[in-house]
Design a protein around this ligand. Structure first.
Ligand code: GDP
Length: 429
């Protein structure tokens, strides 16, 4: 029944989120697009989703050459005082897209706004408040406590962008630049573009190149805040210059910083075509399976979960843009042995391509062994929620384990390429 379903899982069943979308006037967009001048690298990214090395004529040159940024470059933020930090994460890759040790990196004096991006990909009708509380608690578990406020946004669809900018303009002690930080591929460039689309007349002139290829912002990119007009301009200037001199030029910048490489993100293993296969284009439709002991759920060639031991069937709900399949554990073992051969099964994709490509793909190994899942009776009585935990494949999706009866234990093995990129997290309660 609906009322029972509602209690189970906020990503799927709740209905309190109202989407605040800013309508953008895109008349003459095509005309303006024609006027834009791209460098060759950005042109290839935007129109062909390819990165071509400027030093080599080979079109197969890898985007990975750009993935050289680690988070040490953020050390300069510790010395800053009163800079607003916008930390962006990908909601469908949480906690995988969280920057570890963030509080130390950005220092105490800089207010940190957490932006959970790509909200448009979540199943419709999720519970906004519940997800915010869950994000806050989970961040705290990872030692991230300095969070001024959390915003659930979609940079692509301009959801909540005005609210976010209003909040930024309200922060009082703000007298330095704004820095946007996050792992590769979380949507930093798209967010800057969303600010531009929302606030800047003829924004196409400034737009930054956004692509599903990780690592596409090479250097720190600064946009003068005065192009944003009222939002970051006048209201801030009033506070900044004690209302004495509102005409003074604003010389501060909004910086889009290079993506921080997290080697655990699974899309570092994928090439351009494969990335296209895993990144969902629209809101994810959850799929619930009855999962019996002895069965394995396959996430293409990127991982699997085996229900190794347990008394009864449980419920497993998959949230991913990638097709999932259920088979027996024995068959799964056999299929994954074929992964690097040309007999590769159609449901083990990605990886895709030539036999050389398949051979190069990292072996799928056990990342978590004997994961014990038990129902928490106390929690069940308190919340009436039967989902117990989520297993997340970074950037690929997650599955929510539910329906383990009180007093029973279900035991799982979880597999991923090279044993990387898998997280177990509590479900939002
Ligand atoms: P960056 O590496 O952090 O600068 O990430 P990009 O801005 O280049 O975005 C990475 C990929 O995520 C691109 O394919 C974007 O189109 C996509 N993306 C960014 N923001 C959103 C969003 O709000 N919703 C969806 N569905 N996709 C997004």
């Amino acid at each position: 029944p609906e009322d029972i379903k509602k209690l189970m899982y906020p990503f799927k069943y709740s209905s309190t989120f109202t989407r605040k979308e800013t309508k953008i006037d895109d008349s003459n967009l095509k005309e303006r697009e024609k006027e834009r001048i791209f460098c060759q690298r950005c042109y290839n990214l935007k129109y062909h989703n390819k990165i071509k090395s400027s030093s080599s004529s080979s079109s197969s040159s890898s985007w990975q050459e750009n993935l050289t940024m680690d988070k040490s470059f953020l050390n300069f933020l510790q010395k800053k005082k009163n800079s607003i930090i916008l930390t962006i994460i990908d909601i469908i890759d949480f906690p995988g897209s969280l920057i570890k040790n963030l509080d130390n990196l950005i220092g105490k004096n800089n207010p940190n706004i957490l932006i959970a991006n790509k909200i448009d990909l979540l199943p419709k009708n999720f519970d906004e408040d519940m997800i915010k509380i869950w994000l806050k608690n989970s961040c705290s578990e990872y030692g991230i406590k300095n969070i001024h406020k959390i915003f659930l946004c979609s940079a692509k669809k301009n959801w909540m962008i005005k609210d976010l900018c209003n909040e930024i303009s309200k922060i009082k002690y703000y007298n330095d630049n704004i820095y946007l930080i996050g792992n590769t591929n979380v949507g930093k460039s798209e967010l800057i573009n969303s600010f531009l689309r929302t606030y800047v007349h003829n924004s196409k002139k400034y737009e930054v190149t956004s692509s599903h290829i990780p690592g596409t912002t090479i250097n720190m990119l600064g946009l003068p805040l005065n192009i944003f007009g009222d939002t970051f301009g006048k209201s801030i200037k009033g506070m900044l210059f004690n209302n004495n001199n509102n005409n003074q030029e604003d010389h501060r910048f909004l910086f889009d910083t290079p993506g921080i490489v997290n080697e655990n993100q699974l899309f570092h293993f994928l090439d351009q075509e494969e990335l296209k296969m895993i990144i969902p284009q629209k809101s994810i439709r959850p799929l619930t399976y009855v999962f019996k002991p002895g069965k394995s759920l396959l996430f293409g060639g990127l991982g699997r979960i085996d229900y190794k031991m347990g008394e009864k069937p449980i419920r497993i709900t998959v949230f991913s843009g990638l097709d999932s399949h259920i088979t027996s554990i024995e068959k799964a073992d056999k299929f994954y042995k074929q992964l690097s051969s040309n007999e590769q099964n159609h449901f083990l994709k990605p990886p895709i391509g030539s036999i050389e490509r398949l051979k190069k793909f990292p072996e799928i190994i056990k990342s978590i062994k004997d994961l014990k899942v038990v129902s928490n009776e106390e929690l069940y009585i308190k919340t009436k929620k039967v989902s117990i935990l989520d297993i997340v494949w970074s950037g690929v999706g997650w599955c929510s384990i539910g329906g383990v009866k009180i007093g029973e234990t279900a035991i799982f093995d979880v597999w991923s390429p090279d044993g990387k990129g898998v997280y177990v997290r509590n479900v939002p309660l």
